[in-house]
Every structure is written in structure tokens, then in C-alpha cells.
Design a protein around this ligand. Structure first.
Ligand SMILES: Nc1ncnc2c1ncn2[C@@H]1O[C@H](COP(=O)(O)OP(=O)(O)OP(=O)(O)O)[C@@H](O)[C@H]1O
Ligand SMILES: [Mg+2]
Length: 308
């Protein structure tokens, strides 16, 4: 029998051996490449068969910590997702990301903020404006901040493996390499694997040289499970001041509306409108390049329509 002819498959499950033997019989020779491939498949496909009927379809969601954002994300960011937080300079990327960690800290989750370009003192000073006591959370052991980090990916991986956080932020990943190189790098792939295996929810900040009006994507946008684009736009034609907006351009396993949604900075961090109102309609029109009539203008924050 075939089994006698090619007997050395001791580490494979009997199901995998059947597949291997079938191919080997056809080839008339032992196939090491196939055997290796089957061994890695074995754990999921054969040994612990995927039970698609009983698989947990409920996605656990992590609150973003941003009022109004969870509502449009079916409750929050799916656990274990790596979400790109992107946008031009000064649009609130670091603030949104630290707020996401503050929500974790509130729930006794361990959090890490890797900052590659800002000093700790600067971060503490910036975030204390929103009432976030970074130093205290660090002392309490729920937050680690690696500022001006020169860490290698191996060191980052080791820190994550040791600290076992639930939430991690990388600010920003543009420092490593060109986006097209980063996505394919072993460094990212091994980090990504750790984040996924440990179900760590992460925000990866990336920098854009353009606003939402430019419909181009970089390679970072493809590596994330989601993309939140922060920008500032003129939302009506009377008031020329720019309003901060966020657009959820992608969130896997979630139904999303990619329309830019206004938000603002408050004393407690970022707050997003709960739902689409007048100004968002104006925004949508703006995105389509059409002009608004004066009737559509208005400040939804001041109008009382918004529950904040
Ligand atoms: N209380 C506030 N009200 C309005 N805007 C504020 C307030 N606090 C901070 N900002 C604005 O937030 C922006 C900085 O936020 P943040 O550092 O999160 O942005 P960023 O996108 O990370 O910037 P960068 O690209 O420089 O890293 C600044 O433009 C600042 O004007
Ligand atoms: Mg920043």
C-alpha cells in the first residue's frame, strides 16, 4: 500500500495523511513541500476542524472612547483589529489615539503608546489639556508610553509579548519605511501576527499629505482592518473656519457610512456628532463638489440637535 511505500508522516493527522498520500501516489514520490504545507494547515483544517456552524459570530467590540463614534461602528472597534488613523498634520490623530487608550485604562485594560517623534513631557503637556493624567496611569501600571522611541521591531514585539496589553497605539508608522515596503516587511508581518494572536486592538497612525478631497490611498490603508481619516474642512460657505471632520473609510465586519462627520475638541477630548444632521448634508454635498443653498447652513453643535 501507499502507506507502506511512504511511511514517515508521524506528525500529521490521519486526515492530512490521506491528502498527502493521494498526491504522493499520483506523483509517485514523496513530496516534502506538500508535507510541510499540510503540517501548517493541520492545526486548523484537520486537527481542530473548523466548526462553521458553531463559530462565534458575535464580534466583541472595544469602545473607542469617543462619544458618538461607537454608535456608527456598531458598538466599537472589533477586538483584535488594527485600524489606521490617518490624516494631514494637526488633525487630531494623536489625540484620538490616546483617547482610545484612556478608555482602555478606564476599563482596567493594559495599554501601550509608542510615540516615535514626541517627547514624553510634550505628550503629558498636550494630553493634560483633556484631563488625562498620563503619569498617574503609568504609575498605576495600566499605561506604558515609549516616547521618542528608537525601538526596533524585535524590541517592540518583545515589549508587547511581555506586557500583554489589550490596546496599543503606534504614532506614527511612517517613521519605519516607505508604505509599500512596510506592508511587505517581515517586521510588520511578525508584529501583525502577535497583534492578531493576542487579540490586541491597535491604532496605527499614518500621515497624509492631502485631505479627504483627494481620493488616493497609500499602502498603509490596505494593511489596516479599518481606516479613520481625520481632516479639517470648511463645512459651510458663510463660516470660513475649518471644522474638524472624521471619515470612517473602512471597518471590516462593520457597516459604515464613509461620509465625513464633524467633531470637535472639548475639555475631555474629542466628541463626534451622534448622527448626520444639517451640516453633514452640507458636507456630503461638498464632497460631491456641489454648492449648498444658504438654508442648509448652520452650526449643529449650537442648534440643540446634537445631544452633547
Ligand atoms: N482644545 C482644543 N481645541 C481645539 N483644537 C485643539 C484643542 N486642543 C488641541 N487642538 C488641536 O489639535 C491639534 C493637535 O492634535 P494632535 O496632536 O492630536 O494632532 P495630530 O494629527 O496628531 O498632529 P501631528 O500630525 O502634528 O502629529 C492641533 O492642531 C490643535 O490645534
Ligand atoms: Mg500626532
Amino acid at each position: 500500500m501507499v502507506r507502506n511505500k511512504f511511511p514517515v508522516h508521524t506528525t500529521l493527522s490521519s486526515d492530512a495523511i490521506k491528502v498527502l498520500e493521494r498526491y504522493e501516489k499520483e506523483l509517485g514520490a514523496k513530496n516534502l513541500v506538500l508535507e510541510k504545507a499540510l503540517m501548517s494547515l493541520d492545526s486548523t483544517r484537520f486537527k481542530s476542524k473548523l466548526d462553521t456552524k458553531n463559530i462565534d459570530r458575535m464580534v466583541k467590540r472595544m469602545s473607542s472612547g469617543i462619544i458618538g463614534l461607537d454608535d456608527v461602528l456598531e458598538g466599537g472597534i472589533p477586538e483584535g483589529f488594527s485600524v489606521i488613523v490617518t490624516g494631514p498634520p494637526g488633525t487630531g490623530k494623536s489625540t484620538m489615539s490616546m483617547q482610545f487608550l484612556m478608555e482602555g485604562v478606564k476599563n482596567d485594560e493594559k495599554c501601550i503608546f509608542f510615540s516615535f517623534e514626541e517627547r514624553l513631557q510634550q505628550l503629558v503637556q498636550h494630553f493634560v489639556r483633556f484631563g488625562w493624567d498620563i503619569a498617574k496611569h503609568m504609575d498605576d501600571g495600566y499605561l506604558e508610553v515609549f516616547s521618542m522611541s528608537m525601538l526596533s521591531f524585535e524590541e517592540i514585539n518583545e515589549i508587547i509579548e511581555t506586557y500583554k496589553p489589550q490596546r496599543v497605539v503606534f504614532d506614527s508608522i511612517n517613521v519605519f519605511s516607505k508604505s509599500e515596503d512596510f506592508r511587505k516587511s517581515i517586521a510588520w508581518r511578525s508584529l501583525h501576527r502577535i497583534l492578531k494572536t493576542r487579540k490586541i486592538t491597535s491604532l496605527l497612525i499614518t500621515e497624509k499629505h492631502h485631505g479627504l478631497e483627494t481620493k488616493t490611498f497609500d499602502d498603509y490603508d490596505f494593511l489596516g482592518d479599518g481606516i479613520i481619516f481625520l481632516d479639517a474642512m470648511q463645512v459651510n460657505e458663510i463660516d470660513t473656519t475649518l471644522t474638524p471632520v472624521m471619515a470612517i473609510q473602512k471597518m471590516r465586519a462593520t457597516k459604515v457610512d464613509p461620509t465625513p462627520q464633524p467633531f470637535r475638541f472639548t475639555d475631555n477630548g474629542i466628541v463626534k456628532y451622534r448622527s448626520v444632521h444639517l451640516s453633514s448634508k452640507a458636507l456630503q454635498d461638498k464632497m460631491k463638489g456641489t454648492r449648498n443653498t444658504p438654508d442648509e447652513f448652520g452650526d449643529p453643535f449650537a442648534s440643540g440637535e446634537i445631544g452633547y
